[in-house]
Each structure stands twice: as C-alpha cells, then as structure tokens.
Design a protein around this ligand. Structure first.
Ligand SMILES: [Zn+2]
Ligand SMILES: [Zn+2]
Length: 382
C-alpha cells in the first residue's frame, strides 16, 4: 500500500482505539456513496471507492492490536489475513451503540453495509448485535435552553419496494442455492477441523436469484437507502449524550423481517466561546473589559445563547473575581432551575500612544500619585 495506514485515517501514530474509530466514522460519512453525486464522473467514483477500501484496510489493521504491533515494528502487516469483516465492523460501530460509541451513519459502500443487515460475509459467532440504529443528533445551545421540536432527516436502509426484499423480478426467480443446497453454509477444512462457513454463493441465505432476473430497482441488493424525516422533541436541558429510543423506526432487517429501533443520541453542540461545567450546569464565558471600564464602571450588553444580557458595573471591581449571574447557566433536565453564568474579564490595556496622551494624566490625578523617580542605573521598560 502506498500510503501509511495512519495517514489513511488521518490519525497520529499514538492514536487510541477510540480516536481511530472516530476518524474512521468521519471518513465513512465523507465517502458515503450518497455523498458522491450520482452523475459524478467515473474518476470521482473510483477515487471514492479506492479511498473507502484504503480506510477499511487501515481500520482493520490498526484496530487489531497484534497486527498494529507488527505494522509499527516492521511497517508491514499480513495482507492475506482475512479481508475486513465489514458486517461485524459496521455492526460493531453502528449497530449496538452505547452512548460513548458516538454516532451512527449508514456510511460505507452499499454492498458492504447491506451485509450487516443480511448477515452475509464473516462468521457470526456469539450473540447477535441488538437490532438498533444509533444516530447522533446535534443540539444547539438555543435548542437546549428552550426545548424545541425539530425536523431531522436520516438515511436508513429499507426493503426495496420494487421486489419487497426478494431481490428478484418475480417470485419464481428465487431458487435454492446449488452450492449449499439451501443450507446457507458449506463445510470447510481448517487445519484438522471441519467447520461450517457461510456459503459464498448465497451469503448464507440458502437462496439465490436466477441469473439476469435481478430486481431492476435495487439491482438484486434487496434493500435501498432511503431518506426518512422525523419530528423530534428535544426536551429543555436535555443532557449531553442523552438517548431516546424510537421503536421500529430504524432500518429494515430482512433476516428478522422487522424494523430496527432507532436510537437517537443527543449531542451538545457548544460554540467555542462557552464552556460548560456539567457538574453544576454552569456556563463559563469571557468578556473584554477596557482598563478605564474596569476602573470607572460600565454597562455592557453581552450575548448569551442568542439573547442579550446587560451587565452593569458601578465602579472599580476586582477582575480576579468572576462575575457570577445566578440562574442564567444551563437548564437542568426536568427541573425549572438553571446553573449559573460565570463570566471572566479579559482586561484590555490602552495602547501606548493613548496611555501617554490621555490616560496617564487622568490616572495620576485619580490616584493622586507623584511622577516616578528612578535611580540613574534603572532599566526603563517603556
Ligand atoms: Zn428490489
Ligand atoms: Zn448457498
């Protein structure tokens, strides 16, 4: 591979597994087939496909501790080792999400993503992933403060309406798989053992579609990405990473013949001028205060979460102390009260010319100080 695996995912050599997962998810969305215009030229589509393969390969190696060690030590890895198991990879990333797993995207190459729903590719040992789509919904400060209902749109996988999920033109076009005789698996010698592998001809379904009789709508894929929009209620003060489950509103699972649950994970989208202390629901921000304002008082209109708030100082105050506005911080979930707004002052000192021409004499008078006498060997700082 021409490219360094870390570069492929845009992460550093010391990246944690979480960082690698995050970087992969970001790329998976970027190279989502829907993001490439349908009429994009072949070169663009090819580039997207190559990029997707490259990031899959990097992800598979770097998420495997043994392979990553080998790669770090020798710069190589076992390329013949199994291909990325996309079904478990996507199920892992997007299927059984926990709040910390972050978000869901129906990203990736359709063929590969579909396997997740149809159970093709890779062996599924152990318990199945819970059937749920986990989707991140970003919520703004204003939405968190007011509580709103908003429309959001997701891509989900739905059963193809052209063939009702059979993948064939007509009911007679689905036949028993000749490779596995409908079993869905074939025995294979692995060392001294015989184990049952997913049948490669039918991907474990036991049935295949007759040649040239694929459904024209989905090309035999049996499912399609569709856009669904939902009106979602964002409760006031909704906590960061709060989860909301909507039963049977997710993607269609053809194997189980039912719709997955959709799990929304509300994620706070906080502008950079604010930081939140979630332990007290306090909102921290900084304002600029000129030296003369600090000394002589001011009225300042500051913008808090899209609403104006007037701050008034009658005279000198100690800038090392924060200004605390009670009950103007983050709203508590399912309560009426808020945390506090905590404002730090950033003192702006006057420019040099101003200092001498204007403020110097004012301050001299104000503080009743005499001109400074310095010893002849003192170093002058201005
Ligand atoms: Zn179809
Ligand atoms: Zn088969």
């Amino acid at each position: 591979m021409a490219k360094n695996l870390y570069e492929s995912l845009g992460v550093s050599k010391t990246a944690s597994q979480d960082e690698i997962k995050k970087a992969f998810r970001k790329l998976a969305i970027k190279h989502h087939p829907d993001k490439v215009a349908k009429d994009a030229d072949a070169a663009t589509q090819k580039h997207n496909e190559d990029k997707f393969k490259e990031m899959n390969e990097a992800y598979t190696v770097l998420m495997d501790e043994e392979k990553r060690r080998q790669y770090d030590a020798y710069g190589t890895y076992d390329n013949n080792a199994q291909q990325p198991d996309m079904s478990s990879m996507f199920a892992d990333m997007f299927g059984g999400g926990t709040p910390d797993m972050g978000f869901f995207s129906m990203g990736g190459h359709p063929d590969q993503t579909f396997k997740m729903f149809f159970g093709g590719g890779g062996q599924h040992t152990g318990p199945q992933q819970p059937s749920q789509d986990v989707i991140e919904v970003k919520v703004s400060m204003t939405e968190i403060f007011k509580g709103v209902t908003k429309k959001v749109e997701f891509d989900i996988v739905d059963r193809c309406s052209g063939c009702q999920g059979t993948g064939a033109k007509g009911p007679g076009d689905v036949i028993t798989c000749l490779t596995c005789h409908g079993q869905g698996s074939v025995p294979q010698q692995v060392g001294p053992f015989m184990i049952n592998q997913n049948c490669p001809s039918c991907n474990g379904r036991g049935q295949v579609v007759k040649q040239h009789r694929q459904c024209a709508v989905c090309n035999g894929e049996r499912a399609r990405f569709v856009k669904r929009s939902f009106d979602i209620r964002i409760p006031q003060g909704v906590p960061h990473k709060h989860m909301h489950r909507m039963e049977a509103k997710g993607s269609f699972d053809i194997r189980k013949n039912c719709y997955n649950d959709m799990v929304l994970v509300f994620s706070h989208d906080i502008p950079e001028q604010y930081t939140i202390d979630y332990s007290r629901n306090n909102v921290h921000m900084t304002i600029d205060v000129k030296l003369e304002e600090l000394l002589c008082g001011f009225v300042k209109e500051v913008d808090i979460y899209g609403e104006p708030l007037n701050l008034h100082s009658k005279g000198y105050f100690d800038p090392s102390k924060d200004i605390v506005v009670r009950n103007k911080g983050f709203p508590y979930y399912k309560r009426k009260d808020h945390g506090d707004l905590v404002i730090k002052c950033n003192i702006l000192f006057p420019e040099r010319e101003e200092k001498f021409s204007k403020y110097h004499s004012i301050f001299m008078t104000m503080f009743k100080v005499a001109a400074v006498e310095a010893p002849p060997d003192a170093v002058c700082v201005n």
